[in-house]
Each structure stands twice: as C-alpha cells, then as structure tokens.
Design a protein around this ligand. Structure first.
Ligand code: LMR
Length: 395
C-alpha cells in the first residue's frame, strides 16, 4: 500500500517553523507562520483567556457530547462578533457552527459547496493564503484565481480584480479576505468593498469571506465592514472565521463557519445539510476553545480585557511596521519600503527575490515565507537592527 509513496515537500509555511527550531544561531528571527509575538518574541496566552480557562475549570460539570454544530452559545456570540446587530441575525437567516480552527471552517464550507453543486469553481485572490487552494481542491472544488496584488507597484490591483470578477459565472464562489489580507496585507477600502458587493449581487456569485484576523487591522468593528456590507447586498453567503489570532488560541483550534440563506426556512435547510458534512468528517468539534471564547464574549469584564489585549497586539505590529521601515532607511536601503506601513494585519510582502530570501535564511537565520511574506509581529526592537542590516546586505 505505502511502497509507491514519494516524499512530499514540507508545508511552505509550517515547514519553516521546523527549520527555525533546529537553527542554533542566537540571532535567528522567525518571520514565518502568522502568529503574534510580543517584544520578547513570545506568543503569550492572553490574560482574558487564562481567566476564562480558570472559570471553565471551576464550573464545568459535564463533558458530554455537544453535537456537530458545537456550542450554541459560542455560535451565537461569534455570529454577533462578525455581524453586530445585522438584520440577517434578527431575521434568523444565518446558521453558525463551531469548527476546528478557521481552516476547519474553510474545509467544511468547501465540502458544503461541493455537496450543493459538485465541482463548483471557487475564485481565490492571486496571491492568497498558501493553504486556500489546497483546502478547496481537497473538498472537490475547482479553484481559479483573480488578480489582487500589483507586485510591481506594491498595491492592490483593484481594476484587475473587478475585471476578473465581472467574468465570474453565476453560481461560482468567490473567496474574499475580510481584512488583513494574507499574504499581502493590502485590504479593500470601503468604496472598493461596495463595488465588489454590488458585483456579487449583479453576477450572482457566492461570496465566501475568510476572516481570520478580525481586530488586527483597524479594529473589531472596522475589520468586519466588508462582511456586514456583503450581507446587506446578497441573499446567500458563507463566512469562515478564526479565533486563532485574535484570541491567541492557535493550538486550541477554534473557528466557525456561518452560512446565510435567503429566508429563515432556507437557513434551516442549510443547517440540516451542513451538519452531516461535519458528522462524516470529524463528527463534532472540540469544546475547549469555544468555551473560552464564549466565556470572554459573555462577560463585560473579560470582554474589556480582551479588547485591551487585542489593541496592544494591533498597536505593537503597527509600531514595528514603522520601525522596520525607519531602520531600513537608516541602514542605507534606498529601495522604497514605505508600503509596509500602508498594510494591515500581520503580513507584508517584502517583494525581494527568491535568492535573497534564501540568503536571509542560510546566512542570517532569518526565516521568511518563500513568497517574500514576512510576519511583522516577529519584528521587535531587539532584532530590528539585525534584520534591517541583513536585508540591506542581501539587497
Ligand atoms: C499563516 O498564514 O501563517 C497562518 O495562517 C498559519 C497557517 O496555518 O498557515
């Protein structure tokens, strides 16, 4: 059975962590996977999470199964976080299930779409998160790309994106990043969202919005603008969300898949068809991450603490963007990297060559994803000089 297997390359993002761990250089810098790091390079457990976990330990009375949709309270609270008081909630047109991380939500969304219409084409941005194409292809979808990032001018190729979306067929799905585009950090502005939402309505494509960094861009409400606007404009859509980054619950694997239907009855039918997708896959999601999130979102005190901690993370990344640009200039780099300060969230494309990325890794122990994506959260006041000097050398 296994003798014909060929060795496969390591994951382009997760594989970097393995190499980084094995590197003995004391100056090594990990700018690979999108995880928040504080000034000392540590990915902390948030205080609000610690407190919610303590409450859970004290109050949990049973570990009986929750069912394929996961925790009803988590599902309700996360829907509110995504949509505020949007009318799709009041009119009972949305159904949310807890999923194993945002990736689990995407995979379930992909399989659900494939059940509705086998082999549906889903359009993803070029570039997109390195795992999107694989997840959707594994779910049976036909993956195509639309232009998104202008590599030369380091900005959005919005005209190219619109032109491509105008050609999308009715019934195709289109994946959009709600905020903090992974990997480019370049987001749609509000006017651009309005144009895309109008097009979704006109062309009749299914928007699938991936929101994995809510709160890391401009703020929790601001980052949900596109999600809410799209829900104003279309009858049906899917939202896949993640609590990995904004609650720092990476390894607890908690996210959600929310589906909006045309009516409350349609939403019930959707739900009845969605749960079997989960059942044959992992049966039901784990409970722990959801319990933490629902505890935080149900408590005024923990919610305030969470907002403060999220703001601290967001502000630190913003500061590091500016600091890195300043240090590159201070180290004699004449190429314009000011675009780094105009991007949102954890990521930025440096736009440097593959050979320079390789040199950064091999000569300087600086780990960057092969697309030249850096995780800005990996930059600190302690390592920024070494980083800027090293980039200056390879340039
Ligand atoms: C990333 O893009 O680095 C993160 O979303 C982590 C992952 O799973 O790839």
């Amino acid at each position: 059975m296994f003798s014909e297997l060929k060795p496969q390359p390591a994951d382009p993002i997760l594989g970097l962590s393995v190499k980084f761990k094995a590197d003995n250089n004391p100056n090594k810098i990990d700018l690979g996977p999108g995880v928040y790091k504080d000034e000392s390079g540590h990915t902390p457990v948030l205080d609000c999470v610690k407190k919610a976990e303590q409450q859970r330990v004290d109050n949990e009375t049973s570990k009986v199964y929750l069912g394929s949709a996961g925790s009803a309270l988590f599902n309700e609270k996360i829907t509110e976080l995504l949509l505020g008081d949007h009318q799709v909630i009041g009119s009972n047109r949305i159904r949310t299930i807890s999923t194993p991380g945002g990736t689990g939500g995407l995979r379930i969304a992909g399989e659900f779409i494939n059940r509705c219409k086998p082999g549906t084409t889903i359009w993803v941005s070029n570039p997109t998160w390195a795992n999107h194409q694989g997840v959707f292809a594994a779910a049976g979808l036909n993956v195509k790309t639309y232009p998104y990032y202008d590599y030369e001018n380091k900005c959005l190729d919005f005209a190219g994106m619109l032109d491509a979306l105008k050609e999308v067929s009715t019934g195709d799905a289109v994946l959009l990043h709600a905020c903090c585009h992974n990997p480019s950090g370049m987001d749609l502005n509000q006017e651009q969202w309005r144009e895309v939402a109008a097009l979704a309505n006109e062309r009749g494509f299914l928007p699938v919005i991936d929101i994995a960094y809510q709160g890391f861009g401009q703020g929790l409400e601001e980052d949900a603008y596109g999600v809410r606007l799209m829900a104003d404009n279309v009858d049906e859509m899917i939202i896949c969300s993640s609590c990995s980054k904004n609650f720092g619950l990476y390894r607890d694997r908690i996210g959600a898949c929310s589906i909006i239907g045309k009516t409350d009855i349609a939403a019930d039918i959707i739900n009845s068809a969605l749960l079997p997708v989960v059942r044959v896959n992992y049966s039901m999601p784990a409970a722990h991450g959801a319990a933490i999130v629902e505890t935080i979102l149900s408590s005024g005190e923990l919610m305030t603490l969470w907002h403060d901690e999220l703001k601290t993370m967001r502000d630190r990344i913003g500061d590091m963007r500016q600091l890195l640009v300043n240090k590159l200039i201070a180290n004699g780099v004449t190429r314009d990297f000011s675009f780094i300060t105009r991007q949102n969230g954890m990521f930025s494309f440096l736009g440097i060559e593959a050979e320079q990325i390789q040199r950064l890794q091999e000569e300087f122990s600086i780990y960057i994803v092969g697309s030249s994506r850096i995780n800005v959260a990996g930059v600190s006041t302690a390592n920024v000089d070494y980083l800027a000097q090293s980039i200056a050398k390879v340039l």
